[in-house]
Design a protein around this ligand. Structure first.
Ligand code: A2P
Length: 310
């Protein structure tokens, strides 16, 4: 999996196809998509155009997609994958993630009511995983992974799998550095993928539990940027790269798309001192977390934050 990918959450229709084209032309080979982002058809059209123009071959690209909560049941997963493959105009995805460790009853509204949330259980999750393993056997998925999963939940899942957990995609930046999760992933052969690596400055207010998390403005990040002649975003991406975390910054702006890629391709090395400083900027008590997962909690009426995140 290439160490930097283009994130496509909040890449609006009408813009995200152009962002994909800019990114692949600039050298990105990893595209992070999801059915829930509502833009896979436009992404698929952009990919098809790049392939037909000979810019890349399908096998040069690493494409991730995710199974959304409304379809996260054994009986619905196959049709959801079929729709994603058809939208992305590909016969397989390189990585398919279960988007959240909870699901929503089919046809229920989003954001959900408490009645529609089906909370995580190790048995349900493992049954869904077994269904997705058949998609690996069928060649429609190259590797399986999860998202927003804790060590406890992955430890329950791992012994039940036939095809391993290849990746876990979680929010990760210096305000929420995920140090313990990263250590576990490294010792268990799971790739850790950082979403919102820039602290998601364009995030919609309804997703925000607290406003403590502005890694692009953290003094330590600004100091490192000015000492190394890099942008704050490049520092945040390079930080992940050097600790072995794959970052998927989203941008629809060609200059920033290139700037972000350069952090990996040609950025200066962050010193051990800077790495240590950034690793220790965690905002206590999980208050650095931006993506709260509130749809699985619904104002504390379904489960606690702690149950969702541990
Ligand atoms: P834009 O799409 O206009 O570039 P994250 O990946 O953490 O969710 O952050 C995505 C947000 O960060 C988007 O709003 C994106 O805006 C912005 N962004 C992406 N790259 C950069 C950059 N190099 N510097 C500043 N902001 C950036």
């Amino acid at each position: 999996m290439p160490m930097i990918g283009l994130g496509t959450w909040q890449a609006p229709k009408g813009e995200c196809g152009a962002a994909i084209i800019s990114a692949v032309e600039a050298g990105y080979r990893h595209l992070d998509c999801a059915a829930a982002y509502g833009n896979e058809a436009e992404i698929g059209e952009a990919i098809a155009g790049l392939i037909s123009r000979g810019v890349v071959k399908r096998e040069d690209l690493f494409i991730t997609s995710k199974l959304w909560v409304h379809k996260a049941r054994p009986e619905d997963a196959g049709a959801a994958l079929t729709k994603t493959l058809s939208d992305l105009r590909t016969s397989y995805v390189d990585l398919y993630l279960i988007h959240w460790p909870f699901s929503l009853a089919e046809g229920t509204p989003f954001p959900p009511t408490p009645e529609s949330v089906i909370v995580y259980s190790p048995e349900n999750y493992s049954a869904l995983w077994k269904t997705l393993e058949l998609e690996v056997d069928a060649g429609r998925v190259k590797a399986l992974g999860c998202s927003n999963m804790s060590v406890t939940k992955m430890e329950a899942l791992a012994p039940t799998t036939r095809h391993p957990i290849c990746a876990n995609q979680v929010e990760c930046h210096p305000s929420l550095p995920q140090n313990e999760l990263l250590a576990w992933c490294k010792s268990n052969g799971v790739a850790l993928v950082a979403y919102s690596p820039l602290g998601s400055p364009g995030r919609p207010p309804r997703w925000v539990k607290d406003d403590n998390s502005r890694p692009l403005e953290a003094p330590a990040v600004l100091r490192a940027a000015s000492s190394l002649g890099m942008t704050p975003a490049q520092i945040l991406i390079r930080f992940q790269y050097q600790r072995g975390v794959i970052a998927i910054p989203k941008s629809a702006n060609p200059a920033r798309i290139l700037d972000n890629l350069k952090a990996v391709a040609e950025g200066a090395d962050l010193s051990d001192t800077i790495m240590d400083e950034l690793k220790n900027l965690e905002v206590p008590d999980g208050r650095g977390r931006i993506i709260t997962g509130y749809p699985g909690v619904v104002s504390g009426r379904v489960q606690t934050w702690q149950e969702l995140w541990t």
